[in-house]
Design a binder for this molecule. Structure first.
Ligand code: UDP
Length: 232
């Protein structure tokens, strides 16, 4: 079992794109995370906003891309608030932090607050991504992992891992179980942001890409068992 983990949850793990929040999906993800609570693991969850707004897709040419990204970051706040509330409902102790100031209902992130929450055996939920436009939550996850000296980024997504071709476009696409950062970057394999890959490569943080729709995958990935694709 890894001891310090950053779990990147895509917004779509909480509801289909454009449909906002589905409590069925939220509770399903919480049930998947629950086995990690109270195990002495320092778990940070950073959640995206793609179920509500993804800057590059939803703003189109109608609003400035920078503005669209701020809408996207705001979407991650909504997801974080819902997650915190549902964790409480399931009696799982969690603390919520944002990378930028939003008001007294979400505390602003500092490393000290995260360390204190982990000491109190709380799961840490991080929202707001990097706090800057023109990034994504994947990069936020990589930065969060480096800051907290975490061992691994678990990227929970809606495909089984890294493929040699786009599995949605090519039926012959093959899942790659283990691959180096150099190879992912050289072949431009698109399952995560290149900036996230390069930050993790530079700091020696592994990435596991796996499907959140398959039961038990989050626990398997956190336990260091073979699931999805391991990038190292
Ligand atoms: N975003 C941003 N900076 C960040 C993180 C996110 O501008 O550091 C914006 C960006 O528009 C992005 C949106 O917030 O499309 C939602 O985040 P993301 O696409 O990473 O969500 P996910 O795909 O993980 O659900």
């Amino acid at each position: 079992m890894y001891k310090k983990i950053i779990l990147k949850l895509s917004g779509e793990s909480l509801g289909k794109q454009g449909q906002g929040i589905s409590f069925k999906d939220v509770d399903r993800i919480i049930a998947e995370i629950k086995p990690l609570a109270g195990k002495g693991i320092s778990l940070g969850i950073i959640v995206g906003g793609g179920n509500i707004w993804r800057g590059s897709e939803h703003g189109g040419n109608l609003i400035k891309s920078t503005d669209s990204d701020y809408v996207g970051m705001t979407a991650t706040l909504i997801n974080g608030l819902v997650l915190r509330s549902r964790f409480a409902k399931h009696k799982i102790s969690a603390a919520l932090f944002s990378s930028f100031p939003v008001g007294n209902y979400i505390e602003q992130f500092t490393l000290e607050k995260v360390a204190a929450a982990w000491k109190d055996k709380k799961i840490v939920i991080m929202v707001g991504g990097t706090g800057r436009p023109h990034f994504t939550t994947d990069t936020g996850a990589a930065v969060f992992a480096v800051e907290t000296s975490s061992e691994v980024v678990l990227k929970a997504t809606d495909v089984d891992g890294v493929y040699d071709k786009d599995p949605n476009k090519d039926a012959t696409a093959r899942l790659i179980k283990r691959i180096s950062f150099d190879e992912v970057i050289k072949r431009n394999l698109k399952v995560m942001d290149m900036s996230a890959f390069s930050i993790c490569r530079h700091h020696g943080i592994k990435i596991v890409v796996f499907n959140f729709n398959k039961k038990g995958n989050i626990l398997r990935a956190a336990s260091g068992l073979s699931v999805g694709s391991l990038i190292l």
